[in-house]
Design a protein. Structure first.
Length: 188
């Protein structure tokens, strides 16, 4: 397993349309393991293969939501403002995913992207959808998704078609986001 470098805007590879996986082999399993390791290391909740430069239709998602049953952990800094509840890990892999019936109703969510570091903006997307995908063994699955899971899978599926969340903003807001990123990079 290995942590791989995450591509950032304006890397032209982020615009590639990824190709379907044809072989469900050991190489695919290594790619998925590396994607999880890279995603957790970067504190992300999802990752598309193209974000590590591999143009295949593969996504990993782990929403890492706080466990509602668990007591908050004491970090030694009361009032630090963070939620220290242990998270529930739910690692999911989607190979050759397809969205089948997106809901007509849209929802807005403040999105971020590991390929557009430290930029956040509200994006409107269908609130729910059905997804059909293959697992790493090649078995077909179908499931209805809603909430953050639906937001995340649609964000990840966009990466497979070379689309970033900032591409879904108005030109004014996208330019503002890119300027802010440029400024942050120059300051660093
Ligand atoms: O870590 C991530 N958080 C996130 C927050 C709101 C909507 C989408 C995401 S996905 C993002 C990781 C990433 O860039 N995946 O492509
Ligand atoms: Ni992203």
């Amino acid at each position: 397993m290995a942590i791989r470098e995450i591509l950032e805007v304006p890397d032209p590879r982020l615009k590639i349309i990824s190709k379907p996986v044809e072989r469900f082999d050991a190489e695919l399993k290594t790619l998925v393991a590396d994607m999880f390791e890279t995603m957790y290391d970067a504190h992300g909740i999802g990752l598309a293969a193209i974000q590590i430069g591999v143009p295949l239709r593969v996504l990993v998602i782990d929403l890492q939501e706080p466990d509602p049953e668990a007591a908050p952990e004491d970090c030694g800094d009361h009032g630090c403002g963070h939620d220290h509840r242990p998270v529930i890990n739910n690692p999911r892999v989607f190979v050759n995913p397809e969205i089948i019936d997106p809901a007509a109703e849209l929802g807005s969510y403040q999105e971020g992207c590991l390929s557009v570091p430290d930029i956040y903006a509200d994006v409107d997307r269908p609130k729910a959808c059905r997804v059909r995908w293959h697992d790493v063994e090649g078995n077909l699955h179908e499931e209805a998704l809603e909430g953050l899971f639906a937001v995340c899978i649609q964000h990840e599926m966009d990466h497979l078609d070379g689309i970033l969340f900032i591409d879904r903003l108005s030109r004014l807001k996208r330019n503002m986001a890119l300027k802010k990123l440029d400024k942050a990079r120059k300051a660093a």
